[in-house]
Write a protein that binds this ligand. Structure first.
Ligand code: PGA
Length: 254
């Protein structure tokens, strides 16, 4: 059975003390209130991963991760952080190709394919983000865009490598806008992506692939989104910055 994963992407928010307080509150809420089987992933700014993963050492259903990494393994790349460094600080998941990285930092599918390799080389799990802009959806080219993002970013992998990948469908028009894709829109895209993976690999690889939805997920829309057969969790931004709202999203996943 495929894994359900709820990840909180904090983006560039919170001081170190605020981070520690939030992780402590959240982990206590999860311990007391969540009895489901989803894995929870906390993705703070990279500076804090080491401390977060140490705080979470006793929680077997909560992990930590990073928002980005270099495509290089090590060397003279000032300001960059490698997958191995993230691993050595206890991180397990690395977001690759978030739309903000694509949009503001010029990350292309080809470059992201190399980052995916760097993550897999450390036996970590990439959360590979794909999603169309509003313009692309309105011109009905979203399926072409998604096909390109998925195939150029991932389809150089073999089936075994692909089994370590999580995909997050995040329509750019829904990120931080308060405008969520309807459950039907999200389900349609998730089923489309799963089918691309099935055609390239196999039924088994596609069936086991976790596909998260992201874009203005809140406790109020999470129950309905999670009821769709191809939505296997969420990548949450804004609502992950407070313990109560993130815990309520987690509780929406049975
Ligand atoms: P949002 O962000 O939940 O604030 O829309 C989601 C994301 O960017 O991963």
């Amino acid at each position: 059975m495929r894994k359900k994963i709820i990840a909180g992407n904090w983006k560039m928010n919170k001081s170190f003390d605020e981070c520690m307080a939030l992780v402590s509150e959240l982990s206590n809420m999860i311990k007391d209130e969540y009895h489901g089987s989803a894995e929870v992933v906390i993705i703070p700014p990279s500076l804090y991963i080491n401390s977060v993963s140490r705080m979470l050492a006793d929680f077997n259903n909560i992990s930590s991760g990073a928002q980005n990494c270099s495509n290089h393994a090590s060397g003279a790349y000032t300001g960059e952080i490698s997958a191995a460094m993230i691993k050595s600080c206890g991180g397990k998941y690395i977001i690759i190709g978030h739309s903000e990285r694509r949009q503001y930092f010029g990350e292309t599918n080809d470059w992201l394919a190399k980052k995916i390799d760097a993550v897999l080389a450390e036996n970590l799990n990439p959360i590979y983000c794909v999603g169309e802009t509003l313009e692309e959806r309105e011109s009905n080219s979203h399926f072409d865009v998604l096909t390109k993002q998925v195939s150029e970013g991932l389809f150089h992998l073999n089936a075994e490598q692909m089994a370590a990948v999580v995909i997050a469908y995040e329509p750019v028009w829904a990120i931080g806008t308060g405008k969520t894709a309807s459950t039907a829109q999200a389900q349609e895209v998730h089923a489309f992506i799963r089918n691309l993976v099935k055609e390239k690999y196999s039924n088994e690889v596609a069936d086991n692939l976790t596909i998260q939805y992201g874009g203005s997920v809140k406790a109020e829309n999470a129950v309905e989104l999670f009821s769709a057969p191809d939505i296997d969790g969420a990548l949450v931004g804004g609502a992950a910055l407070q313990s109560r709202s993130f815990a309520d999203i987690i509780k929406a996943m049975a």
